[in-house]
Design a protein around this ligand. Sequence first.
Ligand code: NAP
Length: 570
Amino acid sequence: MGNSIDSSTDGSRQSSTQSTKQSTKKSSATGYSAGQNQPQYDALIIGAGVSGIYQLHKLLELGMSATVLEAGGGAGGTWYWNRYPGARFDSESYTYGYSFSKELLAEWDWSEHFAGQPETLRYLNHVVDRFDLRDHMQFDCRVKSSSFDDEKEFWTVCVDDGRTFTTRFLITAIGMLSAPTLPRYSGVDTFKGQSFHTCAWPHEPVDLKDKRVAVIGTGATGVQVISEIADKVGDLTVFQRRPNWCAPLHNSKIDAETQARIKASYDDIFERCRQTPGGFIHGPDRRRFEEVSEQDRLEFWEQLYRSPGFGVWFGNFRDVLVDENINAEYSRFIADKIRQRVNDPDLAEQLIPKDHGFGTRRVPLETRYFEAYNRDNVHLVDINKTPIESITETGIRTSDCDRGFDIIIYATGFDAVTGAFDRIEFTGSEGQKLSDKWLDGPITYLGLQTAGFPNLLTLAGPQAGSVTTNFPRGIEEAVDWATELMKYIQQHKYNRIETSAEAEAGWGVDVREAFNTSLLASTRSWFTGFNSNVAGHDKLRYLIYNGGALRYRERLTQVADHNYQGFHFK
Ligand code: NAP
């Protein structure tokens, strides 16, 4: 039913009138009335993505006055911005939707096991409208700065059009992969053809037919774009710095019978997701690697490789991501798969990662990615051998030659997890800047607060459990927890909540311990805070909590059960 919504509905057209209407709204169901010493809103949420949408819904249910400020022209966050060809999620659709409303689950039909970006965007807009949230959202306004007033105990938030808002609680729902980064090659601005970062893909169709197209970057995004456009462009040249371990997605349509079965089993599906460390339906195989004979192991791995989704990464023996030798064995198995799929043996070797083991960086799931390189119109440039020297007016110059292009696609990733925070000037208690505090990496308590920044809740922020899970699963739990916290604050009529350096220190130890036990810690990727396009991001930063959803949930429950241990209220 939801899928019958006009495919052009991305929410953007309704935004401007509604934002005008909303900006005059005043509070408050909790007893505050706006004035010099009282804020306009009980809560202000930055970001109308998966987190912001659900958090808004929950706060309105509590009777709080709340608004969402969103930089984009409509709701959807990641799914609003990332419109590049081939964009889709790698979570099973029916594990990606919200679980909080039985009616919503019953009425929404996912068309594919792994839905594409347009469908996900329609879904999120459907949720916004179904729960009457749009009136509480303001679009096309990018938050520039926020500062906390120690005396009045509220935040003042400034947006790029000059307006300011005041709010008791400030909740960031700004995404972990929402600050795109371009390479620092000279000449990026001089190219005369079309060029886009994948996250800023135009809303209008881009004509690729017969075009000479360059893609820089082979992460999860680049892999999706390359696979999708290889047979639609004239000529495609991929500039690869490091290959990734990619594995087949095995997407397919959902037929009516399967649809009915999915709808009848939502309780089981979500319970299954609750029981796995990643919040996916795929959980680790509990057998120890040595217990399984070589033949059984190979059969098991074949089965993983043939199955849809992240089983190939998360459904494996746990040892694969912990023990280097075992990881090397699995990596050899996957490398052979790549060799079988790429006709030219030299090219196959170039596409096989040599500097890290399988699963120690984010595994891109793909549809005929390796087969794309068997096409005559697809070329791979290894920029370790022939580095890019500059972008020219007509194309890309490497150390060995100039190549001409009509379109350059930058699939060069994001200033992950902390980047969106760095793009807003947060000034906390006593004038402290968040960018100063987090210069060498984030410091948080539970990934939800940082000391010196009272009344700021960083939903799905750095070091939160949700960052490493099937995102909506982690998000729903984080939002539910934050909502209970807000309820507690309402009941006690508190004006201020903040955490302490002591609580942060304890959480920092947990974050580091959970991270360092895994092979992920020794690989350069956005998980470990590396980004060659951002000055200073050339060393390990602990951006994510890698202890798994179960441990994180346990910890959050324990904290709440002890009157929000680690937080101080006033
Ligand atoms: P990414 O994983 O960080 O990959 C960026 C790519 O660009 C890498 O291949 C990187 O090479 C290359 N690169 C960066 N700067 C470069 C430069 N200056 N010159 C040449 N190459 C450069 O970014 P992403 O692919 O956008 O993916 C980010 C995350 O978004 C994913 O890990 C995933 O969590 C999420 N995502 C999810 C989906 C999905 O659900 N299906 C789809 C897409 C993305 P190096 O490897 O050498 O650094």
